[in-house]
Design a protein around this ligand. Sequence first.
Ligand SMILES: [Zn+2]
Length: 74
Amino acid sequence: MLRLLFWIALIATAYWLWRRFQQPSPRKETAAEPEATPTVRCAHCDAHLPKDRALSTGEQWFCSLEHQRLGKHD
Ligand SMILES: [Zn+2]
């Protein structure tokens, strides 16, 4: 009886490990998504860029110092 339980446990562990290797890591999938970094639009040229690379003036965002200086387009 104990031997049978040992084999069941061994097969269950092997199956669990096999499933783990078959499925890609959910962490990797999240990192690959473009929504991971929020994007903002330059108020001057309407270019989309990651928020961490954009420059802000009040509520407006700009892609570069040049466009920040020129300000919002008409
Ligand atoms: Zn711009």
